[in-house]
Design a protein around this ligand. Structure first.
Ligand SMILES: CC(C)(COP(=O)(O)OP(=O)(O)OC[C@H]1O[C@@H](n2cnc3c(N)ncnc32)[C@H](O)[C@@H]1OP(=O)(O)O)[C@@H](O)C(=O)NCCC(=O)NCCS
Length: 200
């Protein structure tokens, strides 16, 4: 079973008793503002089962995200195959949803950076994309913080959303294996050399 760890977070596959915290999170109107909603608890249960199946079949999916100290359910973050046709598909996308108590602590960016490492290092993907409705600024900031880039020419109308849906217009962000390597090298590079005391 795949587990990812970061400084503050544990990311794991799904347990039956995750239904309650997921149901609470997705019922919150702040979380659903830019997203399609689950109809009821049975839909959440079915979604968890589908995620388990995806991990079994493909080795990736959306991870349950927990804060490790103290242990607390934070939300989810991970990788899925884009399930519609668009100019950038087939593609693997990164996505996230956190419960509002946990917003604003950098958890989404921390979890998402670990998921990119997993996607490029362990799964050997060549590119990962992300999309959100144009106005979802919190999500777009996370995409930028983890090194994804946005070309307005890539923006698209979501084919599964109705023409009058205000969330239909989507921005697309991308990061390639090469971009990720370059960013990794820059992060690992020693900081500017410190020279001896010039005044001495
Ligand atoms: C998107 C989401 C995961 C971000 O979570 P988060 O914990 O706030 O993320 P981070 O703390 O890593 O960074 C978010 C940044 O966006 C900023 N931000 C949040 N809302 C903003 C807004 N409306 N306008 C501008 N900046 C905003 C935050 O202040 C933070 O920046 P800071 O660290 O400089 O303060 C969370 O808002 C969420 O779950 N939203 C609902 C579900 C959703 O929309 N998922 C994405 C679908 S594409």
């Amino acid at each position: 079973m795949t587990v990812l760890r970061t400084a503050r977070l544990l990311m794991r596959e799904w347990k039956d008793d995750d239904v309650d915290p997921i149901a609470r999170m997705v019922e919150d109107p702040r979380v659903g503002k830019y997203l399609s909603k689950f109809r009821n608890r049975a839909a959440v249960q079915a979604w968890i089962e589908a995620e388990r199946e995806q991990f079994r079949r493909k080795g990736y999916g959306l991870f349950a995200v927990e804060r490790s100290d103290p242990p607390e359910f934070v939300g989810f973050c991970g990788l899925t195959d884009v399930d519609y046709e668009a100019h950038f598909t087939p593609a693997v996308e990164i996505g996230w949803r956190l419960q509002p108590d946990c917003w604003g602590h950098g958890y989404a960016s921390e979890a998402a950076a670990a998921v990119l490492d997993f996607g490029f290092e362990a799964l050997k993907l060549n590119e990962i994309v992300a999309n959100s409705s144009v106005d979802n600024l919190a999500s777009r900031i996370v995409m930028e913080r983890i090194g994804m880039s946005h070309d307005p020419k890539d923006d698209f109308d979501h084919p599964l959303k109705a023409p009058d849906d205000v969330l239909r217009r989507q921005v697309l962000y991308r990061i390639t294996l090469q971009d990720w390597h370059r960013r990794r090298q820059a992060q690992l590079a020693p900081s500017s050399p410190v020279f001896g005391n010039a005044g001495g």
